[in-house]
Design a protein around this ligand. Sequence first.
Ligand SMILES: NC(=O)c1ccc[n+]([C@@H]2O[C@H](COP(=O)([O-])OP(=O)(O)OC[C@H]3O[C@@H](n4cnc5c(N)ncnc54)[C@H](O)[C@@H]3O)[C@@H](O)[C@H]2O)c1
Length: 337
Amino acid sequence: MRIGLIGAGRIGTFHAATLSRHREVGGSLIVTDADTARAHRLADRLGATAAPSVNEIFTWGVDAVVITAATSAHGELIGRAARSGLPVFCEKPIAVDLPGTLAALAEVDAAGTILQLGFQRRFDVGYTAAREAVRSGRLGRLHTVRAMTSDQAPPPVDYLPLSGGLYRDCLVHDFDMLRWITGHEIVEVYATGADAGPAMFREAGDIDTAAAVLTLDDGTLATTTATRVNGAGYDVRMELAGELDQIAVGLDDRTPIASTEPAGPPPADKPWMGFLERFGPAYEAELAAFVEVVLGERANPCDGREALEALRIAEACVLSRRERRPVRLAEIPGARD
Ligand SMILES: NC(=O)c1ccc[n+]([C@@H]2O[C@H](COP(=O)([O-])OP(=O)(O)OC[C@H]3O[C@@H](n4cnc5c(N)ncnc54)[C@H](O)[C@@H]3O)[C@@H](O)[C@H]2O)c1
């Protein structure tokens, strides 16, 4: 399968390596980037082909497109692929804002093409087991969910202005997991954020830390927090508490947190430090799934409508923080019919 990958940055490099090892793709991979030299370096390392620009991805007769460029470029590239009739895997989120998201989805709908979004936690062993536990009824009625995403260190400074900000870029993963695990929709959010950390966040008009309280349509309450500055390590967890039992995702011998109890577990020897090591197997599995989707061997595990719902929750958080009030999801355009 000839796949054209657009964006040879942090995640693009990882996805390109995964694809170049895939038996269906291998040496047929084509990579490109706005920074041509970067695309060449990556292609040379993997034995792939570097395209001189994005245009060639749409003229060299590829079978599918993988978009790993900056978020600000996603909407236009999804539209272009849709108009070319090509299946797309695109990193989250669909676009930096709601109008861009709805426009991209309209193009995909009009073309009738495939769009799979990169919510890799849907392929993570721990999150998958949590979904099964909740859906089986083992926890009883779920009353509380606590989700968190803590980056060990901030992303590169030039990443921020193109990212959509902390809710859309980072917490969007937790919003997707809340829906995917519980099977319920969020109906209201109350969000706040802080920019008291490194100046680069203030200067980009972003925040470095955020918290939100979310109400699900069955009355379950959830909290989510995110930070870009968690020196102890990369900490992505979710606790789900029901009337019968409670479980934790992301709690293992690499969780970067120290217990203050004399009989507590010892601190992790090798705490998780970043998303690529923590979610490596999940990233590989989501791309393997994409190849199967393109081949018609399986259903799309995360289509545009799913990603839109996660983005609408992020939009509600942005509005809630700005107006300092609870926001009903019904206020955010783009709801399903
Ligand atoms: N699923 C995840 O856990 C996860 C993790 C990291 C990043 N991401 C997503 O992946 C995307 C890329 O993130 P990153 O961390 O790799 O960023 P990055 O800044 O490391 O890389 C982005 C690359 O895109 C290129 N680029 C920008 N605009 C382009 C355009 N119009 N055409 C071609 N190339 C273009 C840049 O030159 C750069 O090489 C973002 O949308 C981000 O949200 C997802």
